[in-house]
Design a binder for this molecule. Structure first.
Ligand SMILES: Cc1cc2nc3c(=O)[nH]c(=O)nc-3n(C[C@H](O)[C@H](O)[C@H](O)COP(=O)(O)OP(=O)(O)OC[C@H]3O[C@@H](n4cnc5c(N)ncnc54)[C@H](O)[C@@H]3O)c2cc1C
Length: 549
């Protein structure tokens, strides 16, 4: 039964409970404000009353989201978990991406801030926020409670080749700046053999405060605004326990924070009449919103949807007779009995390892002939065309210049209109150089054979053969559609939000999630997003209350 929203008002309404939304909601609530966190999806992890689980987890407080060995179930059965309105994979459940992702967790390289972000957001500015996140979520590179690693044949064989080529083993989060010719074990937010992260920390402290309210199964349709001043949020009940109606912020001083993800936040802004004219016209002519959309004389013209980016993923695949594949998908319904018992009784064994048995993670930098240093992260997993295969994905990240664009359909689904992959020739050069180098390194590993690329294929021919679309290159690390910057997008700049994460042309509307990142990070971005959210909370709390206009 859906509830109609009450007459209660909130100092802050945060839309979306992902890597950005949970930390910012917690910090705003910690400062004594009344906070409503609105999440479109259902509960996920057991601690917040999630229910999605295989039969062998019945009777425990665990769901599929808690057990690391089941994390790849999102690919086998995304129903009711993955976002249905984005065209690419995303988690639309409590926790957003942090409930469904592989939990890889990297302290950012200083350049992730210094190269990408504007004044006030450089690595020295982010030190305190980084310390805050890592004190709550330390991360872990041994997930089994008995302190052991399981089925590491792939890791061992590949790292022999890396050692011989002079790569250095590091504990990655002890040395975030050592990201060239280094490798390490994957580091995860897994604690006590279960998914950890913001759902187990920030959301727990927020939920314990009387002035904090969480509504799941509730979609924020758009913000209600008069000119640049937002008075509330229009809600739609998604299912079951959700809420509908309009919920208001505290008159005069209340604020709305949009943290609905790179596609979701852009969509909320577009439905609220904030964005480029061509996309606002699509909303205006849509059968769903058209007749009730804010009138065009109130539109705020900003480049929402531009600057879309993601890691460029390119998979290589090797074969080694020693590699052993584990059936993590099979473990969903029929886990090996001893592995199930080891997990349930002592949180040890294979099922504490994130599927499909990740690692090593390898870093490399390419000095581009355009003078830009581009960062590559290689991420290995035991999966491929044979039972003894390992796929190693090359992520080209920091330094990429290619950008794409997101748009919206009349059905109000967002989609990748222009994919951001390899549109810049030097980005492509870096991908080719990186793969060429890694082929040389791995070819020296005894008994290793190549599946992709084949040994007769040139690296350039191989790279050209992989389509530059999200299904072939996508890494699920979308950023950029509501970019932060001092160059106001209303007057020809690229930025949608200012240095306080406030939407230009408004006085109490903010965006705090991956969408504000100007460029992609070196590694998987969720730690950087949480750090950004800590920083945003500091800056928002330091602002004077809006003067109602
Ligand atoms: C399969 C997968 C694997 C990944 N693996 C990793 C990894 O190992 N490590 C890593 O660092 N990153 C990983 N990522 C990326 C990472 O999870 C995301 O970058 C991160 O979660 C983005 O944070 P966010 O706050 O911007 O958005 P999200 O975490 O996506 O959160 C947005 C939330 O807003 C909600 N929402 C959307 N629209 C509305 C609305 N209108 N009203 C109410 N709620 C709404 C969504 O349901 C969602 O819960 C992975 C992502 C995926 C999909």
């Amino acid at each position: 039964q859906c509830a109609t929203s009450s007459s209660q008002t909130f100092d802050y309404i945060v839309i979306g409970s992902g890597a950005g939304g949970i930390p910012v909601a917690d910090r705003l609530s910690e400062a004594g404000n009344s906070v409503l966190l609105v999440e479109k999806g259902p509960p996920s992890t057991g601690a917040f009353n999630g229910t999605m689980k295989p039969s062998w987890l019945q009777g425990t407080n665990l769901t599929r989201f808690d057990v690391p060995g089941l994390f790849n179930q999102i690919w086998a059965d995304p129903t009711g978990v993955a976002c249905e309105d984005t065209g690419v994979m995303g988690g639309c459940v409590l926790g957003g991406g942090t409930a469904v992702n592989s939990a890889l967790y990297w302290k950012p390289h200083p350049q992730d801030w210094d190269y990408n972000f504007p004044t006030g957001w450089k690595s020295s500015d982010m030190a305190n926020a980084t310390a805050k996140v890592f004190s709550r979520i330390p991360g872990n590179y041994i997930t089994s409670m008995d302190g052991k690693y399981y089925q590491q044949q792939g890791f061992d064989r590949v790292t022999k080749g890396l050692d011989a080529a002079g790569f250095k083993y590091v504990i990655p989060n002890d040395h975030p700046d050592q990201k060239n010719l280094t490798y390490g074990h994957p580091t995860f937010y897994v604690e006590h053999g279960e998914r950890h992260g913001p759902l187990r920390t920030y959301l727990v402290s927020a939920a314990a405060r009387p002035k904090f309210t969480l509504w799941t199964n509730t979609i924020a349709k758009r913000v209600v605004r008069k000119g640049g001043h937002v008075t509330g949020v229009e809600l739609e009940c998604n299912q079951g326990s959700g809420h509908s109606g309009t919920v208001s912020v505290t008159a005069g001083t209340g604020r709305v924070i949009v943290s609905a993800g790179t596609f979701g936040s852009a969509k909320v802004l577009l439905r609220s009449g904030i964005g480029p004219t061509d996309l606002l016209n699509v909303v205006k002519s849509s059968p769903i919103d058209g007749s009730t959309m804010i009138s065009s004389d109130q539109w705020i013209n900003l480049p929402v949807g531009n600057n879309l980016n993601d890691h460029v993923g390119t998979d290589i695949q090797i074969n080694h007779p020693d590699i052993v594949t584990y059936d993590f998908y099979g473990a969903y319904n029929n886990p090996i009995e001893s592995d199930k018992q080891a997990y349930l009784k002592s949180r040890s064994g294979m099922l504490t390892q994130v599927a499909p048995n990740l690692g090593p993670i390898i870093w490399q930098q390419i000095n581009g002939s355009d003078g830009v240093v581009r960062h590559i992260q290689w991420q290995a997993r035991i999966e491929g065309r044979t039972k003894t295969a390992m796929t190693i994905t090359q992520y080209l990240g920091l330094g990429t210049k290619s950008r794409g664009r997101m748009d919206i359909t009349p059905q109000l689904n967002t989609r990748v209109a222009t994919a951001p992959y390899l549109r810049d020739q030097y980005d492509k050069e870096a991908v080719v150089q990186g793969i060429e180098y890694m082929r040389g390194v791995l070819s020296k590993v005894q008994s290793l054979t190549w599946i992709v690329p084949t040994s007769s294929q040139t690296t350039t021919a191989f790279v050209n053969s992989v389509p530059t679309n999200p299904s072939s290159r996508g890494s699920n690390h979308w950023i950029g559609t509501c970019m932060i910057g001092s160059d106001d997008g209303r007057s020809g700049g690229k930025a949608v939000v200012d240095l306080d994460t406030k939407v230009y042309g408004t006085d109490n509307l903010f965006v705090v999630d991956a969408s504000i990142f100007p460029g992609i990070t070196t590694g998987n971005p969720s730690a950087a997003i949480m750090i950004m959210a800590e920083k945003a909370a500091e800056r928002i709390l330091a602002l004077k209350p809006p003067t109602s206009s």
